[in-house]
Design a protein around this ligand. Structure first.
Ligand code: BES
Ligand code: MN
Ligand code: ZN
Length: 493
């Protein structure tokens, strides 16, 4: 989608559809009737009340240049936030898309209403439309004409200068495109989205955006000693890849932040095989890796003044004659020995090596990992929030601040040492699972042993990875979780 900003009067704007925000207080206010009489009537008669989420399509019949107005309820002005704007516009985006208008205008002032900051509102409008109207039809061949697409989006205002809002338009597009890219990868099937495909995407970023990319094959990973990662990979014929991407490696005097993403391209459970029901959902067990690849693309485009290292250990988890067994003892890259209890707890096996690798080689100021790690996280928080665990208040502050600005919910979970009791092994330094009680916490405690005391947060996105039905700017399917919140962490750094 092409996105731009224009300084223009609404009644001069020749365009098939314009979105207009309407407050609950609109009745008796001339704002809407000044735009257009037909729209004003609907509001004055009380047929459109401006309640949050209300939509009404108005045909202007030649009274002004735009052919249609889509009125969007914003709710009460005192409650109006940038996140409200992102949500209501996200909902409206599918309606606009399905009207089959190729070109869409949004009247900025009607959403900001002298209350919201204009650049932030512009960014939210762009995000709402691009994220909300997303649909992945890459694997369909039939009835393609059914799937409409908005080709051009123009945010406009009669009296705001373009330069001011260019930034909102650009960052909004970069961030929303990253979310959609993450969704495409995450929701893509395991026979297409392989470790090789992820590595190729990283190499594309190297070619297009100058991101320094290194890919370790099975042999190299073995020489380096990424044994815990390779334990999971030993059951599959699909070549595993340990992918490292760097933005800003040559920038001077900037801080280093590491991002690590779990990329199990298919999680069958391995020898501790999963039940068949819902197993197809495990094509998305590489969502954490997709987050990191998509975020790397965005940080390069935003040209953030940071050294950002993205590490994506990628492999299938399959049962076979060569698969790792329950009871195996693995000496990880850190030197810590791990007793394998359940081969389905493979995420922490690949992440521990990646965490140690990042901490040791890059000594980052902070590390964040993203992982569809535990079913228990879905049980704890459901689909509406990401649960995170952290060993350092500095990282917690960054995440909470970014959660507020991005509108993406995160919730801190405990990381108390007492849970280590469940990880005591009779034969090795640690067992890698601690049973069902507090399953997300014991998983996080296990990972915390491999951080070399770098300030770190582990984001368990197993609950938040998927949206069960269309909601605001999240259409049914992969949410592209954590992309916005981590990008705000990095932008606000
Ligand atoms: N990828 C799964 C976790 C998961 C389950 C994500 C459902 C999204 C939806 C992970 O590898 C896993 O299998 N975890 C086990 C851990 C257990 C064996 C200790 C789980 O949660 O049951
Ligand atoms: Mn698993
Ligand atoms: Zn998994």
């Amino acid at each position: 989608m092409n996105v731009d900003f224009k300084k223009i009067q609404i009644n001069e704007f020749n365009i098939p559809l314009v979105l207009v925000g309407v407050l609950e207080e609109a009745k008796g206010d001339v704002f809407i009737s000044d735009i257009n009489e037909e729209a004003g009537n609907v509001v004055e008669l009380g047929d459109f009340k401006g309640k949050n989420g209300d939509l009404s399509l108005i045909y202007t019949k030649g009274t002004i240049s735009p052919k249609r107005l889509l009125l969007i309820g914003l709710g009460k002005q005192e409650k109006l936030t940038v996140e409200t704007v992102r949500k209501v516009v996200g909902n409206a985006s599918r309606k606009a898309r399905d009207l089959d208008v190729k070109k869409l205008g949004i009247y900025l002032d009607s959403f900001a209403r002298d209350k919201l900051e204009l650049t932030e509102t512009t960014e939210a409008l762009v995000q709402g439309i691009i994220m909300g109207s997303f649909q992945n039809i890459a694997y369909r061949t039939k009835n393609l004409e059914k799937y409409k697409k908005i080709e051009e989006l123009i945010i406009f205002s009669p009296d705001t200068d373009e330069i001011v809002l260019k930034q909102g338009v650009e960052s909004g597009k970069i961030i929303a495109d990253a979310v959609n890219f993450c969704r495409e990868l995450a929701w893509g099937p395991a026979n297409y989205i392989t470790p090789t495909k992820l590595a190729n995407e990283a190499l594309r970023l190297e070619k297009d955006l100058g991101i320094k990319t290194t890919v370790f094959e099975r042999e190299q990973a073995k020489e380096i000693g990424l044994t815990s990662f390779l334990a999971v990979a030993q059951g599959t014929k699909e070549p595993p890849k340990f992918i490292i991407m760097e933005h800003g490696a040559d920038k001077e005097g900037v801080e280093t932040v590491a991002l690590i993403g779990k990329a199990i391209t298919f999680d069958s459970g391995g020898i501790s095989i999963k039940p068949g029901q819902n197993m197809e959902k495990m094509k998305a067990d590489m969502t954490g890796g997709a987050v990191v690849v998509a975020v790397m693309e965005a940080v390069a485009k935003l040209d953030l003044d940071l050294h950002i290292v993205g590490i994506v250990p990628a492999t299938d988890n399959m049962p076979s004659g060569t698969a790792y067994h329950p009871g195996d003892i693995i000496t990880s890259y850190s030197g810590i020995t791990i007793e394998v209890i359940n081969t389905d707890a493979e995420g922490r096996m690949i992440l521990n090596d990646a965490l140690t690798y990042a901490a040791k080689h890059y000594k980052p100021k902070a590390m964040f990992d993203f992982a569809t790690l535990t079913g228990a996280m879905m049980i704890a928080l459901g689909e509406h929030a990401i649960g995170y665990f952290s060993n350092h208040d500095f990282v917690v502050d960054k995440l909470e601040e970014a959660s507020n600005t991005s509108g993406e919910r995160v919730w801190r979970m405990p990381l108390w040492e007492v849970y280590d009791e469940q990880l005591k092994s009779d034969v090795a330094d640690f067992k890698h699972t601690g049973g069902r009680p507090g399953g997300s916490i014991t998983a996080a405690r296990f990972l915390s042993q491999f951080t070399l005391d770098v300030p770190w947060a582990h984001l368990d996105i197993a609950g938040a990875m998927e949206q069960s039905s269309d909601k605001h700017y999240n259409p049914k399917g992969s949410k592209g979780p954590a992309v916005r919140v981590i990008l705000d962490v990095l932008r606000n750094w």
